[in-house]
Design a binder for this molecule. Structure first.
Ligand code: GLY
Length: 367
């Protein structure tokens, strides 16, 4: 006969040893996030320790990134769409009440995670988008701001200047040449007051549009779980493009019986495998957090017939936290090429002390 715990775990047909979950939940607090979330993990842990709800804690954690003009992948200072307008996506899930909310293509509000939370708490809907989401946020008193920082505006202009039509022409610059491999000397002439490092960064993001994002998942000693994902999405996107972050089941999924998962990186590929939901269901069937993430990455590779050359064109990372405290970060590739060196892909963890970075497990070796 099934006991109550097995029923709750939804794994009654699997032997306890195989599920890895039919063990007493460890009374431990764990917060994990994408690598840009060291401060977010610390803030979340601080709030968990003071007894705050897991969703309140993760939202307060990622608010640090959303409000930070130096994080160009999230909130204020995020890289804009092709019109130079910052559009934000976010989602939240609260394990204990099994409720969720999300917003997509939200303009002018620094903290889309708070708006997703309001959608969850204050409406009978799950997702709001665009103009309606902005009006809703304003109705709840969130202030409107210009989210485009000078640094992000510079990067957008550099991107505009990097574009060419098939004849090599660009209306945003004086030259008619095809784009060179390295930042063109004309950039220094066009932006004489900008330092070399900022120009090099602007050129890098112009030619390799990033998909940053922060995902944060938390577990408290009562075994309660929550998660949040928030992003400015793909740099230079078509206005209205929505990635995986606000799509529940792709950018974020939490099942209070099993665990939570989230993603950063190229949202289009995550959407095609419903990554976060796939990972949680894998964990429900007994996989460890690592195995569950790697299986989702295999599905991504399968969508490209495992063709390494095409897969090399993007990054995708998953994060998973099981209800028993098992956790993982996993990346499609072993590392990123930075100044001629391969740098490992990491994720942030806090299990009660200082936040730290750990290496992600990975599917493919970057050569
Ligand atoms: N993962 C973020 C995005 O693609 O928008």
């Amino acid at each position: 006969m099934m006991n109550r715990r097995q029923v709750l775990l939804g794994s009654a047909l699997l032997p306890a040893a195989r599920t890895g979950l039919a063990v007493p939940t460890a009374a431990r607090m764990i917060v994990i996030s994408s690598a840009n979330g060291l401060r977010a993990c610390s803030r979340t842990m601080e709030l968990l320790k003071s007894g705050q709800d897991t969703l309140d804690a993760v939202v307060a954690g990622v608010n640090i990134n959303e409000e930070d003009p130096e994080d160009s992948s999230v909130g204020f200072g995020g890289l804009p769409n092709e019109d130079g307008v910052v559009e934000l996506d976010a989602s939240v899930m609260h394990g204990p009440t099994r409720r969720c909310g999300s917003v997509a293509s939200l303009r002018n509000i620094k903290t889309p995670s708070k708006v997703a939370r309001l959608v969850m708490d204050q409406t009978d809907h799950v997702m709001l988008a665009g103009e309606g989401a902005l009006r809703f946020a304003k109705a709840f008193g969130l202030p409107e701001d210009n989210l485009l920082t000078e640094k992000s505006r510079l990067a957008w202009l550099v991107w505009k200047k990097s574009l060419r039509d098939s004849g090599g022409h660009n209306n945003w610059g004086p030259g008619l040449d095809a784009p060179p491999e390295r930042p063109p000397a004309s950039l220094k002439r066009d932006f004489p007051n900008v330092d070399e490092e900022t120009l090099a960064w602007a050129w890098e993001v112009a030619i390799h549009p990033p998909t940053g994002t922060i995902n944060c998942l938390a577990l408290n000693p009562k075994g309660e779980l929550s998660g949040v994902t928030t992003t400015s999405g793909l740099a230079w996107k078509i206005p209205g493009r929505v990635g995986d972050s606000p799509v529940l089941g792709a950018g974020l999924w939490v099942d209070q019986d099993v665990g939570g998962a989230g993603s950063t990186g190229r949202g289009e590929e995550n959407l095609r495998v419903a990554g976060a939901h796939t990972i949680v269901e894998n964990m429900r069937r007994g996989m460890s957090a690592k195995e569950a993430c790697l299986d989702a990455l295999k599905r991504v590779a399968r969508n490209f017939d495992n063709d390494a050359a095409r897969l090399a064109q993007f990054d995708l990372n998953f994060y998973a936290l099981r209800k028993d405290g098992d956790y993982a970060g996993a990346a499609l590739w072993s590392g990123r090429l930075r100044q001629g060196k391969i740098v490992p892909i990491t994720f942030a963890v806090n299990d009660g002390g200082e936040s730290r970075l750990e290496n992600c497990v990975y599917l493919l070796e970057k050569k």
